[in-house]
Design a protein around this ligand. Structure first.
Ligand SMILES: [Zn+2]
Length: 107
């Protein structure tokens, strides 16, 4: 099977369009991508938020003056090798690696 590669990106307010080597375009909500960030830091943060007993962690997140997830905006798309993309976000985050197959299947 031929490996799909992105051939271009369109950064729109709140939305990322990815053009692929097979001619298809997938559209992604930036808020959704930010929420699904697969890096270790975000997975730990999500675990805290999903555990009511650890309410302090949620409070800390809510009181943060960083942009909220719904305001998430990608500033830069950074290709990682030939299999994944990384995004630089307006909240300063940039460690999530999104594999091509995840980006394709999630659209
Ligand atoms: Zn992350």
């Amino acid at each position: 099977m031929k490996t799909l590669q992105p051939t271009g990106f369109d950064l729109k307010p709140g939305q990322l369009d990815i053009r692929w080597s097979d001619g298809q375009t997938t559209q992604h909500s930036m808020a959704e991508l930010r929420r699904q960030c697969p890096c270790a830091t975000c997975i730990v943060e999500r675990d805290k938020l999903e555990t009511p007993a650890k309410g302090l962690a949620s409070l800390r997140v809510i009181q943060s003056d960083k942009p909220t997830v719904s305001q998430a905006q990608i500033l830069e798309v950074v290709p990682i090798g030939r299999y994944a993309l990384s995004f630089r976000w307006n909240d300063g985050h940039a460690t999530g690696i999104y594999a091509y197959n995840v980006l394709r299947s999630g659209a």
